[in-house]
Write a protein of this length. Structure first.
Length: 541
């Protein structure tokens, strides 16, 4: 660009549409340097979200394995301690020098992300870093007139002054607590909190303090009267060669100290994983939760092998109460329980409001979906596990696909399993009905088996040929030729499994499965009608 003519000619509305598709902050920063007019537009996106501290890597193991696959070398972990100093400088600048550019930037802020400090950084950083942020953040909040959301990925410090400043803010920004572990001190109500994501382990016991992580999460839950989303994952003592030494009784469920009826916050989203609800506490959930508000339910995968799958028990309890759901997700680990789950089938038949359904780990006969005619997104995936020789996991046949099209005519996204024959070829009898059905479909995902051998005495190789571009192209050409012109945007074919978990050591076929894990995208080019296949993408566990 030369001069400001192009920037002025396009206008602010066009630049707003363009800049919202520039996710990289470095690119936005460079655009701010082009000219004065473009700086005004780009600043609104560059400062829309302020990140306090370096972004977290959710799974270090995944990160290291990904880098090793790409480079062939073990990556070196580097601290990002300078990010904390930069964040503090930014906070101080916006909070204390509101003139010129700083004022424009403060008006652009809509969200604040407060990241957690990694254990390596806690050892490197000065001890007073936390208190400095705890002291300065309330002042920052008071000078951000357009603030809407604050996301916190740490339970410490407690930031009581920050919560108070957010409550006094004219916009009443929503607070999202995303990494709760039961260590947050709750001294009173926190009306601004709308999201809680907690992951706790009752088995992490110390002699100095009783096991109170789950009761502390319970206390936090009821301290948030406006809470809309609650997610709780309970990690139990699964795996390892030695059991931990316990100093106190293990508390794994809510206690409800008062025998009187309790009133839950107005939850719209509920996610429970590994939470084995006791018979004593169920009446409090049953009578205290406003089930008519609950729209999204996510159960599993359960990181526990106890008297029975906690997810199945919860489905049995929720039947007849959670009757207004729009989205349901149920997941289980490989080889945990049977392929079919009777409580899940019964639960699906107890209401008819679902618009999105995801089931990973169980097979759902198509007849059990008959009541949910409003489904727009459906994902049904049965995990590849050990079976008698000559048998395979259950999949939908021609009659099933035809019936599914009649039951759910509005499907826009569909993910199902499909089988290959012994030579690795596709069944054209299934491809035809699949292509000619589901007229509103935009995205289709097919999951095929890898052909794993579950026998230590046999060769460490899969039975079926590896999924490659040729096999994907063969499927896609038949599929698009049978389908013709439609709203179809993308066809995805993949193999591999992410829901594996073992108590101590991985079996041999786990390594084979990682080699077999593939994912391809295919689509029909409108210009020449040719099938385009995107290269192999390996998704990691």
């Amino acid at each position: 660009m030369t001069g400001n003519s192009i920037v002025t000619r396009l206008g602010p509305d066009v630049w707003y549409l363009v800049l919202q598709h520039v996710p990289d902050r470095n690119d936005l920063s460079n655009l701010c340097r082009v000219c004065k007019e473009l700086n005004t537009f780009a600043t609104q996106f560059l400062y829309r979200t302020i990140t306090i501290g370096p972004p977290l890597v959710d799974n270090y193991t995944t990160y290291f394995r990904k880098m090793m696959r790409l480079t062939g070398e073990k990556p070196e972990y580097k601290l990002h301690s300078t990010k904390w100093g930069e964040s503090l400088a930014l906070v101080l600048r916006l909070a204390t020098h509101l003139n010129g550019n700083s004022q424009v930037q403060a008006h652009a802020v809509r969200e604040i992300d407060i990241m957690a400090m990694r254990s390596q950084e806690r050892r490197k950083e000065p001890d007073n870093l936390g208190p400095e942020f705890e002291e300065e953040l309330p002042g920052l909040v008071r000078v951000l007139p357009n603030l809407r959301h604050v996301r916190m990925s740490s339970s410490t410090p407690t930031f009581e002054e920050l919560f108070r400043a957010l409550h006094e803010h004219p916009n009443k920004p929503e607070i999202h607590l995303l990494k709760e572990n039961g260590s947050r001190l709750v001294s009173g109500a926190i009306p601004g909190v709308v999201t809680i994501k907690a992951q706790v382990s009752p088995w992490e016991d110390t002699p100095e303090k009783p096991n109170t992580v789950v009761p502390d999460i319970e206390k936090l839950l009821f301290a948030c009267p406006n809470l809309k989303s609650f997610s709780l994952s309970v990690r139990n003592n699964y795996g390892g060669c030695m059991s931990p030494r316990l100093h106190h009784p293990v508390t794994k469920t809510f206690q409800f100290a008062s025998s009187n009826a309790v009133t839950f916050p107005p939850l719209e989203f509920l996610s429970l994983s590994g939470y084995d609800m006791s018979d004593e506490e169920w009446p409090h959930w049953r009578d205290g939760l406003d089930w008519s508000r609950l729209k999204i339910l996510h159960l599993g995968p359960d990181p526990v092998r106890s008297r029975g799958p906690a997810m199945a028990d919860l489905l049995g309890r929720f039947e007849g109460h959670a009757t207004a759901l729009r989205t349901l997700t149920v997941e289980t680990w490989a080889a945990e329980g049977k392929e079919t789950c009777p409580p899940l089938l019964s639960f699906l038949e107890s209401f008819d409001t679902l618009e999105e359904l995801t089931v990973n780990g169980h097979f759902i006969p198509v007849q059990n979906l008959a009541r949910h005619r409003k489904l727009r997104r459906l994902c049904l995936h049965c995990i590849e596990v050990q079976r008698p020789e000559g048998s395979c996991r259950p999949t939908y046949g021609v009659a099933d696909l035809t019936l599914l099209d009649e039951i759910c005519p509005g499907l826009e996204t569909l993910e199902i399993d499909i089988s290959r024959n012994a030579s690795g070829e596709w069944s054209k009898e299934v491809i035809g009905p699949l292509a000619s059905s589901f007229s509103h479909l935009r995205d289709l995902t097919i999951h095929c088996e890898a052909g794993l051998v579950f026998d230590y005495a046999r060769q460490d190789e899969p039975v079926l040929p590896l999924l490659d571009e040729g096999l994907v192209r063969a499927f896609a050409e038949v599929f698009f030729a049978s389908r013709g012109s439609s709203r179809m945007e993308k066809l995805t074919i993949k193999t591999g499994e992410g829901l594996r978990r073992f108590p101590q050591w991985h079996p041999r076929y786990r390594r084979v499965e990682e080699k077999c894990t593939r994912e391809f995208n295919a689509w029909l080019q409108k210009s020449d009608g040719e099938v385009k296949v995107e290269g192999c993408k390996v998704f990691l566990f």
